[in-house]
Design a binder for this molecule. Sequence first.
Ligand code: AMP
Length: 368
Amino acid sequence: MKLQDLHFKPFISEEKILDTVQQMVDTIAADLKDEMPIFVGILNGSFMFVSDFVKKYPHPCEVTFIKLASYDGVKSTEDIQRLIGLTQDLTGRTVVILEDIIDSGNTLAEVHRIFKNENVKQLLIATLFYKPDAYKKDFKLHYVGMEIPNKFIVGYGLDYNGLGRDIPSVYQLKTTQHMTNIVLFGPPGSGKGTQANLLKNKYNLVHISTGDVFRYNIKNETALGTLAKSYIDKGELVPDEVTIDMLNAEVEKNADAKGFIFDGFPRTNAQAEALDVLMSTKDSQINTMIELEVEDEILVERLVERGKTSGRPDDADEGVIRNRLKVYYAETAVVADYYAAQTKHIVVNGEGEIQEITERLGKVIDTL
Ligand code: AMP
């Protein structure tokens, strides 16, 4: 869900919220059964909570509201104003503050200041949501519905710049804002690297080529390079475990990326699954897998030609080139089915002029 510039994901369902409200009602009703409590909602955020709460409350009660302003945008601030105050005499009464959320506790400090001179019998604090990691005060919280992590939420009365209060469930701010992630797929020589290099500039994406990362490691004689070289020189796949760890590290290096073009990864279903897991930890996903389709003999021709200048041992020998194609069809081609099952598999003709192919790919990416 998008509210203005920010993306949010579903976090707490309406059903779970209402169950929690019911539990709070049961506990508070049991504690206060002999009282006629005054429930005080803190506007605006608590209006939905207070409404559901008092509808469920099984004994007579009074309800009123005060209005404070405690935050600006997504961050709590120290600056709290009282906009609408109390209008009735609370001497000797049991007052229960109903808050939608307690994070820094600044609002609560103001609430205590307001009630200090009201001579109430007791002041009890009940909050539907509580962020223990954000709470900086010592005031006792008598009733807590649910503890939640210190991430910005909207819905069920809570807003982002005035929006989202009307939503009956709760959404959480996505840690990574909207990314475009593309898997560029196809056999060796289909032009993935060439096209990825052109597309990354056009779409401001980070290009990760696992083949390039392996070659960088080989050149620098790292342990990873030494391990990978034995497979690469024969045209075989480097084991999944090694490749997946390396890919995860490359993605982590680019925490601010607007998205990625993956080139040469995933090459097995295990890698595709690992990539989905990685993307979901970033609150993101692979948007599409684009397969470049090219005739085998054209592939061999291209790779032999590239071998004259690339300095790549795996391009220098036609036997190794043909083995790479064999490995592609035997082990990697199935990855297309993995994405097809998620309706994310698109085939693009990879034959023709470089620029022509870039345009074909651009047309697909522009629709994402
Ligand atoms: P490339 O530059 O994509 O043609 O990759 C060159 C070689 O690196 C491949 O033939 C494999 O030996 C190895 N390699 C690259 N990416 C992967 C991967 N995702 N899984 C396993 N091996 C890979």
